[in-house]
Design a protein around this ligand. Structure first.
Ligand code: AMP
Length: 453
């Protein structure tokens, strides 16, 4: 998963790109970068590096990145390793035309495309699928960026939201299924495209609308032109439901669904379907907070802060070894003994993937004196891998892929365990039939081209 942003303005935008990327930091903490087209359109300047936005993009770097059009990227690797060569935006020159791209999503046919390009002599400098997009784009870029984007879309399959920097302007593209979000906003004479509406709010702009699935938008000199890839894809839309379950910020509105309200409703529905008689509701911070508020609202069981979060610990989810993931969770979340001692607790989290977090939390709550721990999850069991950009592990590592709810309960040590059903999840999403729920139901909108274990 990654975050992307693009800005087209009549003034220098490097600082805005920086703040915009900052607002997308939750979408990727491994690396980041900014590319700008300089004022005389003569070159693309960029700076990329491993680390957080505030570490990589320092004042000295930003001072050298002047331009009115630019793009930015924060990375959370899902295809290709965590290495400096895989930082984005990617940039290059072909037949004297400059291009730079930033990509969010995963292509499912990139191995095949890469092999074909390598056969033709293309030398790859990264191990990410996004480089395939840049090469196909530049190969067919003969003066009309929209034509070359359309040809590229004929080749690439899977999830892609893109921002492209070209001499013709800023281009934003959302794949025909709209797997990953992409939002268009305006601030005076300036246009902003971002993975999440929150960045547009934070930069002081107004959200205009979501970029539609299969839509290509070209922004130049204060003018926005919209093109359809082929048909109108709105009917086929399959936006990732996990954006709402976990990934997006609470203040994001994606395809008309408010992430915060979605999460609160999920908690309310869970409580409505529940009959547990507990003393307190405790959220797993931060992702479980809106769900716990909803659960508390519906059940009237008092909501308490029972876990203290260390805000300086990064992601524990993708640490390479299980023991590192375990110490990571312990460092990140610690129980408040005075709150939990002797209490029967409803613990709310947004998801269970491997089961690491819940197992450790339940154990530490018991050690802190909790009488009972009833775990409630505001999404269904994650049974299938995601090939479209969410970093879920191989199927064999997903605890729900081979265990019943009762087996999971025993494994993580909860007194009881309940998940939201897929139907209830749809209800929480206002019954909008626009979501990919393949991680929960195995119904992949495009058949993945991989071997499963
Ligand atoms: P696990 O510990 O493997 O069961 O993962 C579940 C926990 O990680 C929950 O607390 C989620 O909030 C969080 N989580 C779920 N999906 C992801 C993801 N793709 N990246 C990072 N954290 C996640």
């Amino acid at each position: 998963m990654c975050g992307i942003i693009g800005i087209s303005s009549d003034k220098d935008i490097s600082k805005e790109l920086y703040y915009g990327l900052y607002s997308l930091q939750h979408r990727g903490q491994e690396s980041c970068g900014i590319a700008v087209l300089n004022e005389d359109n003569n070159s693309i300047n960029y700076h990329r590096g491993m680390g957080l936005v505030s570490d990589v993009l320092r004042k000295e770097e930003l001072d050298n990145l002047n331009g009115n059009i630019g793009i930015g990227h924060v990375r959370y690797s899902t295809a290709g390793g965590s290495h400096v060569s895989n930082c984005q935006p990617l940039a290059g020159v072909c037949r004297r035309r400059k291009l730079s791209i930033a990509h969010n999503g995963n292509l499912i046919n990139h191995n095949y495309l890469r092999q074909a390009l390598e056969e033709e002599g293309f030398m790859f400098q990264t191990s990410i699928d996004s480089e395939v997009i840049l090469y196909i784009l530049s190969r067919y870029y003969k003066g009309n960026i929209i034509d070359s984007v359309k040809i590229t879309m004929d080749y690439i399959k899977g999830a892609y939201s893109l921002v492209i920097l070209s001499e013709e302007g800023l281009v934003a593209v959302r794949d025909p299924y709209g797997f990953r979000p992409l939002v268009l906003g305006k601030k005076g004479n300036e246009y902003i495209v971002s993975s999440e509406s929150s960045s547009i709010d934070i930069l002081g702009g107004e959200v205009i609308r979501d970029i539609e699935p299969g839509e290509i938008v070209l922004i130049n000199n204060g003018e926005v032109k919209s093109y359809n890839y082929k048909d109108n894809y709105k009917e086929k839309q399959k936006t990732c439901i996990f954006e709402h379950v976990y990934f997006a910020r609470n203040d994001a509105i994606i395809d008309g669904v408010n992430a915060y309200e979605f999460r609160v409703r999920s908690g309310q529905i869970l409580a409505k379907e529940d009959d547990i008689d507990a003393d307190i509701v405790i959220p797993v911070p931060d992702s479980g907070i809106p769900g716990a508020l909803g659960y508390n609202k519906e059940s009237n069981i008092p909501l308490k802060e029972g876990l203290v979060k260390n805000r300086y610990v990064g992601r524990t989810f993708i640490k390479p070894t299980q023991s590192e993931r375990e110490i990571g969770v312990k460092l990140k979340l610690n129980p408040l003994t005075s709150v939990v001692k002797g209490k029967s607790i409803v613990l709310i989290d947004d998801s269970i993937v491997r089961g690491t977090t819940s197992k450790i939390l339940i154990d530490s709550l018991r050690k802190a004196g909790a009488k009972e721990v009833h775990l409630r999850i505001t999404s269904p069991p994650v049974k299938y891998s995601c090939y479209f950009g969410i970093d879920t592990p191989r199927r064999s590592q997903l605890i729900a892929s081979k265990n019943s709810v009762e087996d999971i309960r025993k494994e993580i040590g909860a007194d009881s365990l309940k998940f939201l059903s897929t139907d209830a999840l749809m209800k929480a999403a206002n019954c909008k039939n626009i979501f990919c729920m393949a991680c929960f139901d195995g119904k992949y909108p495009i058949e993945p081209m991989v071997e499963e274990d």
